[in-house]
Design a protein around this ligand. Structure first.
Ligand code: 5RP
Length: 265
């Protein structure tokens, strides 16, 4: 692996672990609760996350270019919640633009098993071809569209493996209750967990993240369960402690409770 690729990956994953903060939701669902002003949402969370995941639109309009926080640029899109099929995505951003914006990595969704499986996998291959020459890692996202019931190990393992085979340097997928270790172990590149819709309780989030890390995921890309929480900073601190400091669910929950109550942790 060349120096540039290694350097970007190590900035994104210090000690091989990562906490990415996605604020890209508007790219297909428009205004999103908690992201009305993405720059303000993200500001207090920055000390706890390793990278921000966003589109070029939000990057240019809401993120201070003086910031040294690595950016994972969302480079697929062109569909919407109200359109015919969320899976019908295209690549949105040229390699020149990716370099101009100094992205540390790029991310795109692949919709395996959908009517647009081939097109979205072709997007991945095309993006890898464009990015490899410049040492820019590609994160493939095994998206499920509206079909949340696809979040089971067999489907996720298949999707992650295919994405890695096509050249993704990291794969983002959903955690699942059963056999998540098989998803991770059958994928030759690091696996990062996505969040999904907001859970009922903070404890539930800490539990699934802890389980996924224990089973081999290198980190998380969790948005709504952090910034839609009434206590986003407390959530970010607790999650960071699980991902980077190997804390137990109980210890992380203590951090959450103390931070929420403004007590020292
Ligand atoms: C959608 C994405 C988003 O970045 C991701 O799902 C957002 O995170 P969360 O679900 O935790 O709000 O890639 O495909």
């Amino acid at each position: 692996m060349d120096w540039g690729m290694k350097n970007r990956l190590s900035r994104l994953m210090p000690n091989g672990k990562c906490f990415f903060m996605p604020i890209d939701h508007g790219y297909f669902q428009g205004p999103t609760r908690g992201l009305e002003k993405p720059g303000e949402t993200i500001k207090p969370l920055l000390p706890y996350v390793d990278a921000i995941f966003c589109t070029r639109g939000v990057l240019r309009s809401a993120i201070d270019p003086i910031s040294s926080k690595p950016i994972v640029l969302r480079v697929s899109g062109c569909t919407s919640m109200v359109g015919k099929d969320l899976a019908n995505e295209e690549l949105t951003t040229s390699i020149e633009e990716i370099i101009r914006l100094n992205a540390a990595a790029v991310g795109l969704s692949v919709f395996i098993g959908s009517d647009y499986e081939k097109e979205t996998l072709k997007n991945l291959a095309t993006l890898v071809n464009a990015c490899e020459g410049y040492g820019i890692p590609v994160m493939a996202i095994t998206a499920v569209g509206r079909e949340m019931d696809k979040r089971e190990a067999r489907y996720l393992a298949l999707s992650c493996r295919i994405a890695a085979e096509l050249g993704a340097k990291v794969v983002k997928t959903y955690w699942c209750e059963e056999h998540f270790d098989k998803v991770v172990n059958s994928c030759p590149v690091p696996v990062i967990m996505a969040g999904g819709p907001k859970c009922e309780t903070e404890l539930e989030v800490l539990e699934f993240v802890h389980d996924g890390i224990k089973k081999g995921a290198v980190g998380i890309n969790l948005g709504r369960n952090v910034w839609q929480s009434p206590h986003p900073v407390a959530m970010a601190k607790a999650l960071r402690a699980i991902v980077h400091d190997n804390l137990s669910v109980k210890q992380a929950h203590e951090i959450f409770k103390k931070t929420k109550e403004n007590k020292p942790t």
